[in-house]
Design a protein around this ligand. Structure first.
Ligand SMILES: O=P(O)(O)OC[C@H]1O[C@H](O[C@H]2O[C@H](CO)[C@@H](O)[C@H](O)[C@H]2O)[C@H](O)[C@@H](O)[C@@H]1O
Length: 248
């Protein structure tokens, strides 16, 4: 574990709010979106940490809400999904769309047709947008970017987002930073110091938002090393005594 200059688990337990990226942060990167391995202990660990933080734990992810819920079942958490396009303020709240914009069906069809040119590419459709993955054929990355940029240039409501071996088309006007800020405005997050932990360029808006709010924006690779090391640190939060009292 690398662990440089971060607050103690006890400090987070006392007054922190945790915002956690999913892919590459809570779970290791896998060859395809469906093949990620969620350790059996992870949902229970996150439940214990959320309880310690009085509910102030949210998943900020590019994934659709139903997908991240399925990966973490039976646990459910507050969430900002599809890069801030949807928000769920508490585990049982009704999700809300932040932009109300969804990509045209014609764009989805064009993305699907990219597979004729790049058979190893994988198109992942979401509620508001889609991702085109090229992990199985890295050389397809630049031409896929050109094709998707040509779509996005025709409609200012949408943006092209670089991801890990993928390009994502999503509504403009929401990102993980706006998601963090929106969640921080209400209980159980309000009044706590936010910490965003992520591994990817798509996490940087939320890292910056957390720092602006007086908290911490941490890159997993620089701070913890890998998801397993992060799990160890999260377990220390779950076990921390939050009120600065020494355990008896
Ligand atoms: O915001 P995140 O939780 O980090 O999600 C970002 C994207 O992650 C997924 O794609 C990435 O992870 C896959 C599984 O490890 C990997 O195969 C792929 O190459 C990565 O780009 C997910 O499929 C996307 O929907 C998320 O937006």
């Amino acid at each position: 574990m690398i662990l440089t200059d971060i607050p103690s688990p006890r400090e987070i337990a006392r007054n922190g709010a945790l915002f956690l990226d999913f892919d590459g942060t809570l779970v290791d990167i896998a060859p395809t979106p469906e093949s990620v391995h969620v350790p059996a202990s992870l949902p229970g660990l996150l439940i214990r940490v959320a309880a310690r933080l009085e509910g102030a734990l949210a998943i900020l992810t590019g994934r659709p809400l139903a997908v991240v819920d399925a990966f973490l079942a039976p646990a459910r958490f507050a969430a900002g999904t599809e890069h801030g396009s949807f928000l769920r303020h508490t585990p049982d709240a009704t999700p809300i769309a932040t932009t109300g914009t969804e990509v045209p069906q014609a764009w989805r069809d064009q993305a699907d047709r990219l597979r004729a040119r790049f058979p190893a590419a994988q198109v992942e459709h979401k509620q508001a947008g889609f991702a085109v993955h090229f992990r199985a054929n890295p050389e397809a990355g630049p031409p896929i970017e050109i094709a998707l940029a040509a779509l996005v240039e025709t409609d200012p409501r949408f943006a092209l987002l670089p991801a890990r071996m993928a390009w994502e088309v999503k509504p403009r006007g929401a990102d993980k930073g706006t998601a963090l800020e929106a969640l921080m405005r209400a209980a159980p997050f309000l009044g706590r110091r936010p910490m965003m932990i992520g591994d990817d360029v798509t996490d940087e808006d939320a890292m910056a938002a957390a720092r602006r709010a007086g908290g911490w924006g941490l890159r997993l690779q620089d701070t913890f090393g890998d998801p397993a090391a992060l799990h160890v640190w999260l377990a220390a939060i779950a076990e921390a005594c939050p009120n600065n009292a020494m355990p008896q």
